[in-house]
Write a protein that binds this ligand. Structure first.
Ligand SMILES: [Zn+2]
Length: 92
């Protein structure tokens, strides 16, 4: 196999975001409101299930200050970018 056009379009992707906890219940954590710039390595995904047969995935980031998860709307993330998101689990 030979790569004739290597694609690395998201090397420099970054986005200004705010830690507001939108899109997820935080348990006993409180979103701190920090403004952050995230890059592709910060993308996380969380899977959710709702009885009986509903499920989906939320994309977002974890704030390093308060550890809250804030969602980034799926349509703001290219599908190749979404593939880079790492699954995040915790107990809330
Ligand atoms: Zn925060």
């Amino acid at each position: 196999m030979k790569i004739i056009d290597e694609q690395e379009p998201f090397q420099d992707w970054e986005k200004e975001v705010e830690c507001n906890g939108v899109g997820w219940r935080q348990g006993d954590k409180v979103p701190c409101g920090s403004k952050l710039i995230i890059d592709r390595d910060d993308l996380k995904l969380r899977k959710w299930f709702k009885y009986p047969d509903s499920e989906g995935v939320n994309y977002g980031f974890i704030c390093p200050n308060c550890n809250c998860f804030t969602e980034i709307p799926t349509d703001e993330l290219d599908k190749n970018l979404r593939k880079l998101a790492v699954e995040w689990r915790d107990n809330c």
